[in-house]
Design a protein around this ligand. Structure first.
Ligand SMILES: CC(=O)[C@@H](O)[C@H](O)COP(=O)(O)O
Length: 261
């Protein structure tokens, strides 16, 4: 079996072949979103619970456009600023039959959209106890990630950069420390701007990448979805293959030993 087919991403009791997770916001149309998701090869799709009409499922909803047999839905708590609000949103998502596999976001402020880690830890503790599989969006802080793992989160999702910024992986050193610190999967979430950002995250050894704006905001979202698909797979393969050590000086590519003088 090749590395590509045997190399699964395992989160809690779920298993995935693709290591790319994608969002559903900011597309020009539902048709464009559906096509981009398909081309991205993603199996996990995150949807803001606030965007789903859960009170009246007879009305048109974002979910009408997603093949729920094909994709794993990851409801998220985008727009929640307190633990209570995020907990309530997850409960609503579960009661409405969306999923108990949730991306937990508790934001600190509207300008940075950075996580409020204090509220995040509170919400994660409650939701894990209630049986949710919790994937928390957090800052790139190894101590917070360790606390989230100890609480029982199934993965940690440190930001690469602020949501929607496209700044890429701003602190690869912290991401590496997080990977040394926790045993649960590390999924870089937010800030990925282009394919090389995704490849860098994967080459660092991250278990996956979650993104939305980098694809939906591109001039050609379908082409970018394909680029991200390839970049995540290329980065993963390069990580598994093992990069050569960096050296200051040259080493000849054609060795001189054994040559005919
Ligand atoms: C879709 C979603 O969950 C976002 O909140 C996520 O954090 C992605 O961020 P980018 O839009 O920067 O990729």
């Amino acid at each position: 079996m090749s590395q590509q087919t045997s190399d699964k991403l395992v989160i809690g009791e779920r298993e995935f072949t693709s290591r790319l997770m994608v969002g559903t916001g900011k597309y020009a149309s539902m048709e464009q979103m559906v096509r981009a998701i398909e081309v991205s090869g993603a199996e996990v799709i995150t949807v803001a619970v606030r965007r789903v009409n859960i009170s009246d499922r007879s009305k048109e909803s974002l979910l009408d456009h997603i093949d729920l047999k094909k994709y794993t839905l990851l409801p998220n708590t985008a727009g929640c600023y307190t633990a209570d609000d995020a907990i309530r949103t997850c409960r609503l998502a579960r009661e409405a039959g969306l999923s108990d596999f949730v991306k937990l976001e508790v934001l600190g402020d509207e300008k940075t959209l950075f996580p409020d880690n204090e509220e995040l830890l509170k919400a994660a503790a409650v939701l894990v106890k209630e049986g949710f599989t919790v994937l928390p969006y957090t800052s790139d802080d190894p101590i917070v990630c360790k606390k989230l793992e100890d609480i029982g989160c199934a993965a940690v999702m440190p930001l690469g950069a602020p949501i929607g910024s496209g700044l890429g992986i701003r602190n690869p050193y912290n991401i590496r420390i997080i990977m040394d610190t926790v045993k649960v999967p590390v999924i870089v979430d937010a800030g990925v701007g282009t394919a090389s950002d995704a490849a860098i995250a994967m080459e660092l050894g991250c278990d996956g990448v979650l993104m939305n704006t980098g694809i939906a905001g591109a001039r050609d979202p379908i082409a970018m979805a394909e680029a991200m698909n390839l970049a995540v797979r290329a980065g993963r393969l390069a990580y598994l293959a093992g990069r050569i050590p960096k050296k200051l000086y040259a080493t000849a590519s054609s060795p001189i030993e054994g040559t005919i003088s």
